[in-house]
Design a protein around this ligand. Structure first.
Ligand SMILES: Nc1ncnc2c1ncn2[C@@H]1O[C@H](COP(=O)(O)OP(=O)(O)OP(=O)(O)O)[C@@H](O)[C@H]1O
Length: 279
């Protein structure tokens, strides 16, 4: 489905109550998400909480089994997936990698490599790159398509702490320069918070969302993220009044069990966990 208008503070992608059902269970359900031009939205959550699934649904790689996803007309997406299958036995230079999925003007490749801080590696073999250099190269590859929306699935894999800070700063600079929208996936909480406009916390459903400025300590948040939740620079601000169960379901303060933290979704709730058909 396409969004109607293309304005400056344009909504690039909008998901409403979206759910993906696979192998007789909901991988994510009830997801509301909006990314506007110039906005950085970060999805955080534990392993398997549905971050990649949500991002793939946002860009149309996956079709929602319920709910709606609208994208701006003619939206150009630059997607850096979490996993990339490359034949590591074949020689491949950075320059060649940039053109692997189609021809691009020379100037655009050079600008993208420059923007990602890897122009000096143009002739380097991809196999010889460090983790951080490889991630920057993938970023350059996505940038070369001059996307309206940049989707980065865990862009700091294999990058050390200093490199991580630099990479997130670079992502913000790219946003500032190009005014693209960015959907970022991370389970690294401490650095990403600072560079983000909106954080959406997932655990099979949207637990909570808000700005990093609103962050505050929360016992439930720490339960969800374990010990790392304690020492993160910014602790997410929300009032959790529910307990997380298996399969992304929650038990609310009033004792009912369902897919959402609150009674604001249309899903059918069940009186207890055992009765849940998809859990
Ligand atoms: N096609 C599929 N069929 C069945 N289950 C799937 C499918 N794709 C993903 N899943 C499951 O859905 C859940 C969410 O996966 P997803 O990759 O979205 O999580 P994630 O939050 O990105 O995790 P991570 O932080 O580990 O990358 C996982 O339990 C995963 O095993």
């Amino acid at each position: 489905m396409l969004l109607q208008s293309k304005n400056p503070a344009e909504v690039l992608v909008e998901m409403h109550n979206a759910g993906i059902h696979r192998a007789r269970r909901w991988l994510v359900r009830g997801v509301d998400l909006t990314v506007r031009r110039g906005e950085i939205v970060t999805l955080i959550g534990p392993n398997g909480s549905g971050k990649s699934t949500t991002a793939k649904t946002a860009i149309g790689v996956l079709k929602p089994d319920e709910g709606t996803v609208k994208r701006a007309r003619g939206l150009k997406v630059g997607y850096v997936p979490q996993k990339m299958s490359l034949d590591w036995t074949l020689p491949l230079t950075v320059d060649r990698l940039m053109r692997l999925t189609g021809p691009l003007p020379r100037a655009r490749i050079d600008t993208a490599l420059e923007a990602a801080g890897v122009s000096h590696l143009k002739g380097a073999e991809v196999q010889a790159l460090s983790g951080g250099e490889f991630q920057r190269t993938l970023l350059a590859r996505a940038l070369a398509r001059e996307p309206d929306l940049l989707v980065l699935d865990e862009p700091v894999q294999g990058v050390d702490f200093t490199g991580e800070v630099a990479l997130y700063r670079l992502i913000r600079e790219i946003r500032d320069r190009t005014n693209c929208g960015i959907l970022l996936i991370s389970h690294d909480l401490h650095v990403v918070m600072k560079e983000t406009d909106t954080v959406i916390c997932l655990n099979g459903h949207v637990c909570c969302r808000g700005t990093p400025e609103n962050v505050a300590q929360s016992a439930e948040y720490q339960t969800l993220f374990g010990a790392r939740g304690n020492d993160t620079l910014a602790i997410y601000h929300h009032d959790h009044d529910h307990t997380h169960l298996s399969g992304g379901r929650v038990r609310r303060a009033d004792g009912t069990v369902g897919d959402a933290c609150e009674h604001h979704h249309d899903h059918e709730d069940v009186p207890n966990e055992k009765a849940a058909p998809d859990a």
